[in-house]
Design a protein around this ligand. Sequence first.
Ligand code: SAM
Length: 253
Amino acid sequence: MKTLLLVGIGAGDPDYITQQAIKALRRSDVIFLLDKGPAKHKLNALRREICARFLDGHSPRFAEAQQPERERDAADYRASVDELNRDKQAVFEQLIDEQMSHGEVAALMVWGDPSLYDSSIRIVEGIVATRRDFDYEVIPGITSLQALTARHRIPLNRIGRAVEITTGRLLADGWPQGVDSVAVMLDAKDTYRRFVGHGLHIYWGAYVGTADEILIAGPLDEVAERIASTRAEARERNGWIMDSYLLRKDGKG
Ligand SMILES: C[S@@+](CC[C@H](N)C(=O)[O-])C[C@H]1O[C@@H](n2cnc3c(N)ncnc32)[C@H](O)[C@@H]1O
C-alpha cells in the first residue's frame, strides 16, 4: 500500500501549521512539491521552512514536479479547469509511481485547507478509484478566510446569518441571494468595485499571514480605489498576488 497525506499547512504564516499536520509530515517518507514557476517560489520556500522548523530532525526526501498551468482567459472556464485537473492527475500519478516505494507514505503540503478551492481531493479521488494499492488521508489546515477574519478581528458571519463563499468570477454575476456577508476568493479583476454605492463594508487582505501582508478595511465607497491601486502595485512588485476579502452589508460585526 502507498499512502498520500493531503496536509493543510495554513495559508501564509508557518505558525498556522497544526500539531496534526506536523505529525503527518513526520510520518512521511517523501514530500511532493509542485513548482508553480519563479513568481511563486516563496510558497515552496515556506513549505521547506515549515519542514525545517517543525520536523524535529526527521528529514523526508523532497520530490519536485512542475505544476501544470490553467489556460488563462479560456472561453470555457469549466473545461479549462477539467483539463488542468487531468494534467495534475498525471503529474500526481507519476510522482506516486516513480517517487514512492510500496509501504511508503508521501505528503502533499496543501496551501490553507484542502477542502477550500483546491482540487487535490478530487484529483486523488480519481486516482484511488483506479488503484487498489493506494489510499489517502486529509489533514485540515487554517484557510485564507480564517486568516483574513483573524487579522481584521471580525467574525465571518453576522449573528444567525449565512455567509456565501464565492469567487470573483461568480460575484461578477451579481450579489448572491439571501446573504449579507460574502467572502470572495480568486478575484483577479477587482470585482468589489462593481458594488461601490451599495452601502457595503469591505475587509481586504493580500498575502495574509506572510511578511508581505497588506490589510485594508472600511466603507467600500471610501476604500475601493485605494485597494485597487495597492493591489496593482503589490502585484507588480511581487510578480503575483493572492488576496481575498469579505464584503458585508450594514457595516461591522
Ligand atoms: C486556489 S485558492 C486556495 C485556497 C486555500 N486552499 C485556502 O484554504 O485558503 C487561492 C485563493 O485563496 C486566497 N488566498 C490564499 N492564501 C491567501 C493569503 N495568504 N492571503 C489572502 N488570500 C489568500 C486568494 O483568494 C487566492 O486567490
